[in-house]
Design a protein around this ligand. Sequence first.
Ligand SMILES: COC[C@H](NCc1c(COP(=O)(O)O)cnc(C)c1O)C(=O)O
Length: 323
Amino acid sequence: FTEQAPFHIVTPLKESHALSKLAGTTVLMKLENVQPAGSFKIRGIGHYCQKLAKKGCTRFVCSSGGNAGLAAAYACRRLALPATIVVPQTTGADIVQKLQDLGADVVVTGKVWDDADAHAHQLTETPGSVYISPFNHPLVWEGHASLVCELKASLGSQKPGALVVSVGGGGLLAGLAEGMKKVGWSDIPIIAMETKGAHCLNAALEAGKPISLPDITSVAKCLGAKTVCDRAYECTREHKVISITVDDREAIRAVEMFLDDELMFVEPACGAALAAVYSGHIQRLQQEGSLKTPLDPIVMVVCGGSGISISQLQHFKSQLNIN
Ligand SMILES: COC[C@H](NCc1c(COP(=O)(O)O)cnc(C)c1O)C(=O)O
């Protein structure tokens, strides 16, 4: 009985000279944008689907801003199991088409991810189908933790100065923290990036407990969960997490500068993480002593995502009146 190989790939860890120059330390990019289904999501969602299929699950229902849905559709195709992906009206038509091309049934409903998620739960009330959360399950966090094991294998005894990650519902943060505990990096700070208008972790830290945002007003709809998952919030109690919010314009400008610098095209959710360097936060954190100086090489999780195209970028720029 052979253990099924994971659906994710080991991704490159590549130095960025442009980001390093700006950050004042070496910036290593963990290129999750080259994963199957286009983002890091396949690590946690693929792991979850494999485990549940082995337990006899025969149909999955996944709520998503889009990227977790693509990962679920890809995993279910590999498992030859039917999948229904429930996305909000803010999810672009091209992602819906990609989901259908992967063989998934797609339901578009609700204003934001939380509304789509409520519908996904209704669909799984009938027995026979299993709900997949895009960020709130131990198997998802366990799958995402594989990213840190790969970093450890690449860096050996060299500890990173920090990990930079974007936060939607907090599944990636929770998975990274779990992996860091596993490899003995619990002392390494995590820079948790959000766009204003999708800043549920930052709001929770301000309030001292997970609270729900009234609405999602950021263009980074794939960060658009109104409430951060409890596990991610607990991580901030066990691990040094520096929460930073950037505005949509910074996230979009980061997407553009990254395209010019590294010739890779990522969506606003990933732009939020890149803005940690492009908007000078890594530099500021060193100057104010929140990060050590000299700072060991930092790892930028290039989370990827399919919510971008040349026409969508132009739409974002006119919407945010960026010249
Ligand atoms: C509403 O959406 C939640 C989730 N996107 C989450 C997401 C994140 C943040 O990951 P999280 O913090 O949700 O685990 C980062 N970077 C990208 C490209 C993402 O798509 C989804 O696809 O369903």
